[in-house]
Design a protein around this ligand. Structure first.
Ligand SMILES: Cc1cc2nc3c(=O)[nH]c(=O)nc-3n(C[C@H](O)[C@H](O)[C@H](O)COP(=O)(O)OP(=O)(O)OC[C@H]3O[C@@H](n4cnc5c(N)ncnc54)[C@H](O)[C@@H]3O)c2cc1C
Length: 403
């Protein structure tokens, strides 16, 4: 019995790996010429370096993602960041501090820290700002955390989703806050080893192949339609649909999905060694500027701006210059010229993680008996992250097997 997995992002890869590991025949179908979806690497001629579409961080409280990497033999491809805590700088007043669990946030009074308790009672339907208020604690802690984890401003972001992450971290104890990144690249950690695993398991992979429509009869899908071709879905075969919400809505008219997306912009700068020694900058959080996070891999500094729709109207050079100014200030580089760079705008980085959209996330089961949904936007209970995507893929796979 073949299980067809449509979409080779993190959710589809996790589903395919789970099914192949359980000994099932898997057919993985991906529209793009490469797998990985929103989590991938590419060779960039502008910097002459291999870059990620955007810096991705895992935390210790991401058990499914870490287990997936173990399963595909890539757990060692992660590096741990910020063993001594996460350094921050506030560009507005030059304040610098290091975040560590249990350490106070500078400038925030005890009462502001205790406001975290407001996350304990059920907070469904409310935003992070409604539950946690404003002030320094929001500006220097809850705001950066919310925007990084939910890619949505605190004034719009679902408090329930923030509460879930905090709950996951607390459940994992101190190690829940450990931070990890791909050592060489997202594809090298999350994608290529998964494809090798699937090939070894005898799965069939069709890259550059878009499923345009489903043929439905008797309450189940009987064929997958591609341009000019059709793949029959035999009795007993199942389908995991692991595409973004917009594509799922097109394939399944009437499916309720979250509405709207938020962008993430990344600026990658290849910095000469006389400006900054390779590997010398730890992960750095930035408040009070346009840049939000800086990461360094070799001689490339990567700058992340989440919830970045407001930046989409800026030109590439304007954006690169503004981000580089923040980097130079944050790292005390003085007056340095703009190095070779690449700006990556992911316009649909994640769905808009508001309370209203949280209520619209569909379950994996569908009215069609042999179709199961996966993706970071489905009802995982988690924000749209690698962890959520992988859990959704694994769940859809197990439902497909149990049906
Ligand atoms: C810049 C950026 C930074 C991020 N940072 C982090 C981070 O630090 N930590 C974290 O955990 N998460 C982060 N995320 C989120 C994370 O990347 C996503 O949650 C995850 O990759 C989503 O995986 P997915 O499989 O659900 O969806 P996708 O990656 O969107 O995969 C869906 C796949 O389906 C394919 N597809 C679409 N339509 C069809 C069709 N009709 N037929 C066949 N295939 C189709 C697409 O081409 C795509 O490959 C970030 C995302 C971005 C963009």
């Amino acid at each position: 019995m073949t299980i067809h997995v449509i979409g080779a992002g993190m959710a589809g890869l996790a589903a395919a790996v789970t099914l192949a590991a359980a000994g099932h025949a898997v057919s993985l179908i991906e529209a793009a010429p490469q797998a990985g979806g929103r989590c991938r690497s590419f060779d960039d001629p502008q910097t002459g370096r291999r870059l990620d579409n955007g810096s991705h961080v895992l935390i210790g409280a991401n058990p499914a993602a870490l287990d997936y990497l173990e399963q595909i033999g890539a757990r060692d491809s992660l590096v741990r960041l910020g063993r001594e805590g996460t350094p921050f700088v506030d560009l507005a007043d030059g304040a610098r501090w290091t975040f560590r669990a249990g350490r106070p946030v500078p400038g925030a009074v005890l009462a502001a820290h205790l406001r975290a308790l407001a996350l304990l009672p059920p907070c469904g339907g409310r935003t992070v700002a409604e539950v946690l208020g404003g002030g320094t604690m929001m500006q220097r802690f809850w705001g950066p955390l919310t925007i990084a984890a939910l890619n949505t401003a605190p004034e719009r972001a679902s408090a329930l989703l923030l509460r879930r992450i905090v709950g996951e971290i607390v459940r994992h104890g101190r190690s829940g806050l450990d931070l990890f990144m791909a050592r060489d690249g997202l594809s090298e950690s999350f994608v290529t080893p998964a494809l090798s695993f699937l090939v070894r398991a005898g799965a069939s992979l069709a890259l550059g192949s878009t499923v345009e429509a489903f043929e439905v009869a008797g309450g189940r899908i009987v064929a997958l339609q591609h341009i000019g071709a059709s793949t029959a879905v035999a009795d007993g075969e199942r389908i995991v649909l692991a595409v973004p919400p917009s594509a799922a809505e097109r394939l399944l008219p009437g499916l309720g999905v979250p509405q709207g997306f938020n962008a993430i912009v990344n600026g990658h700068f290849r910095v000469p060694a006389d400006v900054l020694a390779p590997g010398s900058v730890p992960m750095l959080g930035i408040c009070g500027g346009m840049a939000q996070w800086i990461f360094q891999r070799g001689d490339v500094l990567s700058v992340t701006v989440s919830d970045a729709d407001a930046l989409l109207s800026l030109g590439q050079e304007e954006l690169a210059l503004a981000l580089w100014c923040d980097v130079a200030q944050a790292l005390d580089l003085g007056a340095t010229s703009l190095p070779a760079h690449r700006i990556v705008r992911e316009k649909r980085a994640t769905f808009d993680q508001t309370p209203a959209n949280e209520a619209l996330r569909p379950d994996a089961c569908t009215p069609l008996a042999n179709l199961f949904l996966a993706g970071d936007w489905t009802a995982t209970g988690l924000p749209a992250t690698i962890e959520g995507a992988i859990r959704s893929g694994r769940r859809a796979a197990s439902l497909a097997l149990a049906s």
